[in-house]
Write a protein that binds this ligand. Structure first.
Ligand SMILES: Nc1ncnc2c1ncn2[C@@H]1O[C@H](COP(=O)(O)OP(=O)(O)OP(=O)(O)O)[C@@H](O)[C@H]1O
Ligand SMILES: [Mg+2]
Length: 462
């Protein structure tokens, strides 16, 4: 059952409650002053405190204030005589759960106690949920250590706390939704709602009633009033996902709403205002959509106050090992597998793959491998056939001309570094074998490792 702390300066009251509550299955601790109660609270977890109001020292009110400050989830029930009911009411205003008037009837105190316990359970559950949400959407779970991703994180931090509209662009599976969520949870609106709508999933009529709501009877099937996503997101963030799929007629209506901040529910006349921060995401090239007449230019400029563009995974291959580790841990825990490592060969294959589906595809690949793997280390055999066979192809598609700021020396140096790392990886960090693979002496390889500042422990897995 529960841990209850009874605080009263009258011994008879303490004894009576101790007997009754213990009989009901609770664990009871006793204290005869507020100060002593605080000492108990510091030493053990207590769900509910039953305290007398009038006691020497800090008294019931002082104890209540301390509990509210230090143990916000602990419920407090005030016990009071007839003369001090007004103060007990005041105590409820200050955060007590309830109060009882002495002499206390056993049935009454048990009923109040069970309500207090239910409230305590709810508070605990919400706190756990919130922690889970922060964990899930906080920056901790967004992986990236390449310049391209660090630039994305900088932009998120710079813009999160403003109310500026943000447009998230990038190919499918690059993390637009994830970043959209992070933008909300990093912003001042994090306590407000985060509402999401997939603009590509519905025909225009339904989409409008989803966005702006409808009145009862607005159309066949509108049997009750419905609040739209704009209203639901009031005080928070509205994530317009796949915004590039918006039908043109809905684009017109959306633009009007964004310009005025006001709208009407479908079939309604009342003007509704909602305080909403818009984050839009698309994997289409929106500028091209504008040029082709499929997306309104005025809406494009309205949404694109601040663009954050997510790079394709193939443009940040150095992040792949980090992502693989991250997903490995995540899915090993989720599927209760003891998989904890990946062989150098398998990692190399994953780093080389083209990843048209970007992080989403990598995530699924690792999850599948974790499920399939019968040993603590994932090997190439656990990877699907296509990934296996297409690996390495990107190396041959490299552009033969030089990019801006490149010279033949910088390109060759980069290539050299890549080959040294690949050889070390392929040979599990054994330098003698990597040297043989590269056709150089051990001393020569060692010189190159120093030159490029390669940390062997960082590149060897499994
Ligand atoms: N940087 C990252 N770190 C960790 N996980 C990531 C990262 N980027 C993406 N993911 C994961 O990859 C999957 C796809 O990401 P998300 O849904 O955000 O992609 P998207 O850009 O919205 O794709 P689409 O355009 O197809 O909707 C999700 O499971 C997400 O958690
Ligand atoms: Mg998405």
């Amino acid at each position: 059952m529960a841990n209850i702390l009874v605080v009263d300066d009258e011994r008879a009251v303490r004894v009576a409650l101790d007997v009754n509550l213990s009989k009901a299955g609770h664990t009871v601790a006793l204290a005869d002053t507020g100060e002593q109660a605080l000492a108990v609270l510091r030493s053990q977890a207590v769900e509910v405190v039953l305290t007398d109001l009038m006691m020497p020292g800090i008294g019931g009110m002082g104890l209540l204030a301390e509990i509210r400050r230090c143990w916000p989830r602990t419920q407090v029930i005030m016990m009071t005589g007839h003369g001090t009911v007004e103060r007990a009411v005041e105590a409820m205003r200050l955060g007590a759960h309830d109060f009882v008037i002495k002499p206390i009837a056993k049935a009454e105190i048990l009923a109040i106690l069970s309500r207090a316990l239910r409230e305590h359970a709810l508070h605990t559950q919400v706190a756990q949920l919130q922690a889970a949400v922060t964990e899930r959407f906080g920056f901790d779970n967004i992986i990236g250590n390449t310049p391209a991703m660090l630039a994305v994180f900088d932009k998120v931090n710079a813009v999160a706390n403003s109310d500026a509209y943000v447009l998230l662009t990038g190919p499918t599976g690059t993390g637009k939704e994830l970043i959209g969520n992070a933008l909300h949870f990093q912003s001042d609106r994090r306590q407000g709602p985060l509402v999401q709508i997939n603009c590509g999933a519905l025909p225009s009529g339904l989409l409008e009633s989803e966005l702006f709501g409808h009145e009862r009877g607005a159309f066949t099937g509108a049997v009750r009033q419905h609040k739209g996503k704009f209203e639901q997101a009031d005080g928070g963030t509205l994530l317009l996902d796949e915004v590039g799929e918006l039908p043109l007629e809905t684009q017109v209506k959306l633009l009007r709403v964004l310009e005025s901040g006001d709208f009407q529910r479908v079939g309604g006349t009342a003007t509704i205002h909602a305080d909403v921060r818009i984050v839009a995401a698309t994997n289409r090239k929106l500028r091209q959509e504008v040029a082709d007449g499929r997306f309104r230019e005025d809406l494009y400029y309205r949404l694109n106050v601040f663009e954050i563009s997510l790079p394709a995974l193939a443009e940040r291959r150095e992040d792949i090992p980090l992502l693989v580790e991250h997903f490995l841990l995540k899915f090993a825990a989720r599927h209760k597998k003891t998989v904890s490592a990946i062989s150098a060969g398998a990692m190399n294959t994953l780093v080389q793959h083209a990843w048209p589906g970007n992080v989403r595809e990598l995530e699924h690949t690792v999850e599948r491998a974790v499920i399939l793997s019968k040993k603590p280390t994932i090997t190439a055999f656990d990877l699907p056939e296509p990934i296996h066979t297409t690996s390495g192809t990107h190396a041959n598609t490299a552009d033969e001309t030089l990019g801006e700021g490149e010279s033949i020396t910088t390109v060759l140096r980069a290539k050299e570094r890549e080959m040294v790392i690949a050889a070390l990886r392929a040979e599990n960090g054994v330098q003698a074998r990597a040297a043989r693979r590269l056709g150089v002496s051990r001393a020569n390889l060692n010189y190159r490792i120093q030159k490029f500042g390669i940390a062997i422990k960082d590149i060897v897995y499994g």
